[in-house]
Design a protein around this ligand. Structure first.
Ligand code: NAP
Length: 315
């Protein structure tokens, strides 16, 4: 008979790893399934300035590495698999993955969110060839070159600041004339000698021959089109896109309640409308999507999963 886990967690970002740590520490048999990179979005961030108690030089990867260690210490198992189908209604939940089918008494959905695309011509074609969604991963390729950062939120401005360590010049291109990012982050960017701004502007097209050579911009107020051509000696220019994130909830959104955008609706205890199914982290409707709130969600979900098992499975 196939193993029935106490808890299966879908997603190994901070929410999933925190749920894993709490579940395993509560002596529940715990499996964390991840389809991509263990660690989620935070491993793409170099600087983690606002996670209370973290070391001054903490990075996304270093924080995640410790979370994984803690999960392992308590016996949570982390496996790579892509879940393609879920059966959540019954007392025992079933998850059908590419490699195996998994069964559990409770499921915690911690599937996170992924970068939103601009959806402009050339964006997909040049991803990895000048277009990037991860400054930590790709900044190095643009040492001494020019880069554009698209977006005006915390991600765009923070990553622009990170990129100044590598690039010769960083230009933030925002569709309005006012940033969305937190004031403290804005101030740093405004003061930075290497950072310039282009306001009221979006990317219309990205062009090149194998790598990005030209970025076409449109002023959204005047509709004026301008083309930026990479310096001849540089041969290329970077385009780092940070225009928000979309929830990774397609697997469960027909079964659970979501908001208009697709974020999962839970109560304060991370409970979804199906008993024994919880959601945690960035995939959930919430007012603040940060590591600190993701790990909090994960902890609550795991403790509630334990309560659910006590109520539903034990006499
Ligand atoms: P965000 O806050 O949703 O900002 C997205 C930005 O992209 C906005 O400035 C938006 O413009 C712009 N945008 C959206 N669609 C666009 C399009 N099609 N073309 C051009 N621009 C477009 O996303 P985020 O910055 O990734 O942040 C996500 C969440 O993570 C937020 O809750 C944020 O606070 C949090 N976060 C926190 C930190 C931190 O505290 N250190 C760091 C990173 C992220 P408008 O402003 O006009 O809408």
């Amino acid at each position: 008979m196939e193993k029935i886990y106490d808890v299966i967690i879908i997603g190994a970002g901070p929410a999933g790893l925190s749920a894993g740590l709490y579940a395993a520490r509560g002596k529940m048999s715990t499996l964390i399934l991840e389809k991509e990179k263990v660690g989620g979005q935070i491993v793409t961030t170099e600087e983690v300035a606002n996670y209370p108690g973290s070391e001054a030089d903490a990075t996304g990867p270093s924080l995640v590495a410790r979370m994984i260690e803690q999960c392992n210490e308590f016996g949570a198992v982390i496996e790579k698999d892509t879940i393609n189908e879920v059966k959540l209604e019954g007392k025992i939940k079933e998850l059908v993955g590419a490699k195996a089918t998994y069964r559990a008494k409770t499921v915690i959905v911690a599937s996170g969110a992924s970068p939103r695309l601009m959806n402009v011509p050339g964006e997909k074609e040049f991803t990895g060839k000048g277009v990037s969604y991860c400054a930590t991963c790709d900044a190095d390729f643009f040492t001494d070159l020019e880069v554009f950062v698209i977006g005006g939120g915390d991600s765009a401005v923070e990553e622009a600041i990170h990129l100044t360590k590598f690039a010769r010049k960083v230009t933030i291109v925002h569709r309005r004339n006012e940033l969305r990012a937190a004031k403290s982050i804005q101030e740093k960017a405004f003061k930075h000698k290497k950072i310039d701004f282009i306001w009221d502007t979006t990317v219309k097209e990205i062009k090149g021959d194998g790598i990005v050579e030209t970025v076409v911009f449109e002023n959204v107020k005047t509709n004026e089109i301008t083309e930026f051509h990479a310096d001849e000696e540089d041969g290329t220019v970077g385009v780092f896109v940070f225009v928000g994130y979309i929830p990774q909830t397609s697997l469960v959104k027909e079964l659970l309640e979501t908001d208009r955008v697709g974020y999962l609706i839970t109560d304060d205890n991370m409970k979804t409308k199906i008993a024994g199914v919880f959601a945690a982290g960035d995939c959930r409707v919430k007012s603040l999507r940060q590591v600190v709130t993701a790990v909090s969600d994960g902890a609550i979900a795991a403790i509630q999963a334990e309560k659910h098992i006590a109520d539903a499975f034990e006499e």
